[in-house]
Every structure is written in structure tokens, then in C-alpha cells.
Design a protein. Structure first.
Length: 367
């Protein structure tokens, strides 16, 4: 029930429902597109919802589970069984050596000696001789036959039917056609029998403002994004597939949302947090600095480029910068201060705080 309330609290969903109530004959039809993550998109739904193709598809699917929309299978797409990508292509290959270097050739079969070879090796049409037994061929259908068949230019084999092999241009996997997975492609239309029931859901309808949140913010921290961020903060190693199973949405939705969160800067990076002492960095210290305002920007840039400095913060007050360093020992800290900090213009150290133990290391943001 909580997930349903979250879903219906998104005013963009209600914009779509409003459109369906106003135009009950509206049908959302797929449009095939190589630029869409799924291989198809629903332009009308994307326009109303102001969402990406994957997000709009997820909304349509969730509305169908609520019976607000009817979902009908229109088609099937073959997708890669490994990476689930639709960018797969058919290859015709030799059943003997697997080469794709094949073409159609005219061959002659001599019944008496059993040879099958290229027609040009038998001579001209008016005078054919078997290149194996040297006998003259009398009449087509009587002692020889002419046919068009496939020939492998790599191993020289002849065969009636090449093997159909699929290749994924996304991950490079190769597999037979029958091994490809099928992705259903749907159309969506309004379930008119639900019109009266929708009235009972109006209590969850948000106030529709003139300027929607999606227009005010590039990325909205909706319940799905919040849940995704919390999962990644708890376990950055989690795969898109694992996350999609937890959140009950497709892999493509998770991939699309993570990419957008990174692009927007909400997620800065997904990385491993290492214990410095266990990799030989025994000295961890905070240095509080006082930098002349006229030199502040220049000095902060220099500090950010120092490999020993792991955090650089600009602070308010007389001491206007705080840095954190990981070094091997106290001697290395002294060298770092003498050789790199002391030479900075208009900069002095006001305090050095050596970390003896981390009681808590947590950069997660509670959402």
C-alpha cells in the first residue's frame, strides 16, 4: 500500500491519468528506435510525463498492474541472453568451420562418381566433362544435376543451408537464434471500466501546480531515486540486476537512472573506501589553514591537485580551509608540510590534528 501511495503521489502520473480521462480512446503505441534503451519508446507518454523512454515505459506498466491501463502484446523483439540488449544482428556462417565468408555458387553433381564441384570446373555448358573421372556428361537430370548452393570461401565446403548465428553488438556475445531471449512489445490503452474506481484514488492526488517539479529541477528525488541512492550508498558493489530485483523494476530503468544521477552530480562517484592504515598510510591528519582571501582560489586549486590530499574544504572564518592527508608516517607528514604547504603563497597552518582512530567513517547522506 505504501508503494502505491508513493506512486500516486507523483503528479506527473496524474497528468497522464487526466489525459486518459479526457481522451479515453487514447492508445499508447510503441515506436521502434535504435536510440531507446529498450529498442522502442512511447513518444506520447514521454511527452505527457516528461520522462525518458525507460521511465515512461515503467509508468505505463505500473498503471497496467493497477488495471488503469490494458496491456496488449503487439510484437516480440529478440535480445541478447547475456546483456539483454536489442542491438543484435544475424550472421550466416559455415556449419563446418564457422566462417562468415560464404556466398552462393552454381555447382554440378556427377551421379556416377559422386563429385560435387563448381560448374566452371566442368567446362562450358555445351561440353561438360567430370574433373574427377574425366567422363563426358550427357544430359542434365540423367547423369548429372546443376544447383545453386552455399559455398564457404574459407574451407571450401558446400552446404544447402548456412547456420544462423546471432552476434550482440553491445557485449560481443554470439549465440544461435533459438538461444536469443524474447522481449514483449506492448500497446497500452485506457481501461474504461476503471473510470469510476479512479475517483476513489483522488485522495492521493497531489495539488497540480502551474509549474511542475520536473520543470523546476533537472532530476527529481522521487521515491524510486531515493530508494536507488540508499541502496548504492549501502552497497556500491550491487549490480544493476540485483538492484532491479530489489526495486521490482527493469535493469534498463536502474541503468538509466544511475547515469542521470551521476550526470546531474547528485551521485558524485561510486567507489571503494579503503582503510589507509591497511595499505601503509599510517599517518592521517587534518590541517587547518589560514589563507589570504586574494590567494584562496589559487591555493585551493593547488591543494586539490596534491596526491597526498584526500579532502579539501573551504570553511567560513579566519581559518578558511581544511584539508585531510594520508601519509606513511610522521616523517612523511613533516616533509609534506615543509616541501608543499610551507611554499604556498599567503598560507599558514594554524592547527594540525592527527587522527588516532576512526570511530565512524560514513559519507552517506540520509534521504
Amino acid at each position: 500500500m505504501e508503494e502505491l501511495i508513493y506512486f500516486l503521489s507523483d503528479q506527473r502520473v496524474w497528468l497522464l491519468i487526466d489525459r486518459l480521462l479526457a481522451k479515453p480512446d487514447l492508445e499508447f503505441l510503441p515506436q521502434y528506435s535504435s536510440s531507446a534503451s529498450l529498442g522502442f519508446r512511447y513518444p506520447e507518454a514521454e511527452k505527457i510525463l516528461e520522462m525518458s523512454s525507460v521511465e515512461a515505459f515503467e509508468i505505463l506498466c505500473r498503471l497496467s498492474t493497477l488495471n488503469i491501463l490494458s496491456k496488449n502484446i503487439l510484437d516480440f523483439m529478440l535480445i541478447c541472453p547475456d546483456c539483454k540488449n536489442f542491438d543484435i544482428h544475424l550472421r550466416l556462417i559455415c556449419p563446418k568451420c564457422g566462417s562468415g565468408n560464404i556466398n552462393l555458387r552454381t555447382v554440378v553433381e556427377h551421379f556416377e562418381c559422386g563429385i560435387i564441384d563448381l560448374k566452371e570446373k566442368f567446362g562450358k555448358d555445351t561440353m561438360l566433362f567430370c574433373p574427377k573421372c574425366r567422363k563426358k556428361l550427357r544430359s542434365e537430370g540423367e547423369d548429372y544435376n546443376v544447383a545453386v548452393t552455399s559455398m564457404c570461401n574459407s574451407c571450401g565446403s558446400f552446404f544447402s543451408n548456412p547456420v544462423n548465428q546471432m552476434r550482440c553488438f553491445n557485449c560481443g556475445s554470439e549465440f544461435r537464434v533459438e538461444e536469443a531471449e524474447k522481449r514483449e512489445v506492448y500497446s497500452f490503452e485506457f481501461n474504461r471500466g476503471m473510470r469510476s474506481s479512479i475517483v476513489n484514488l483522488l485522495a492521493y492526488r497531489p495539488i497540480l501546480t502551474e509549474i511542475k517539479p520536473s520543470r523546476r529541477r533537472e532530476i527529481e528525488l522521487d521515491p524510486l531515486n531515493i530508494h536507488l541512492i540508499n541502496i548504492l550508498q549501502s552497497d556500491g558493489r550491487a549490480s544493476f540486476r540485483e538492484i532491479s530485483r530489489k526495486m521490482k523494476v527493469s535493469d534498463a530503468t536502474i541503468r538509466d537512472r544511475v547515469n542521470k544521477l551521476i550526470k546531474s552530480g547528485i551521485i558524485e562517484t561510486i567507489t571503494a573506501i579503503v582503510d589507509p592504515k591497511k595499505v601503509g598510510k599510517e599517518e592521517t591528519s587534518f590541517l587547518l589553514l589560514e589563507i589570504e582571501p586574494s590567494e584562496l582560489t589559487k591555493v585551493l586549486t593547488t591543494l586539490k591537485n596534491m596526491s597526498e590530499v584526500r579532502f579539501v574544504c573551504e570553511t567560513a572564518g579566519k581559518e578558511n580551509a581544511l584539508i585531510m592527508v594520508f601519509l606513511e608516517d610522521r616523517e612523511k607528514l613533516k616533509e609534506f608540510i615543509d616541501q608543499k604547504i610551507s611554499v604556498l603563497p599567503a598560507t599558514k597552518i594554524t592547527q594540525i590534528l592527527t587522527v588516532t582512530n576512526f570511530e565512524k567513517k560514513d559519507l552517506k547522506v540520509n534521504l
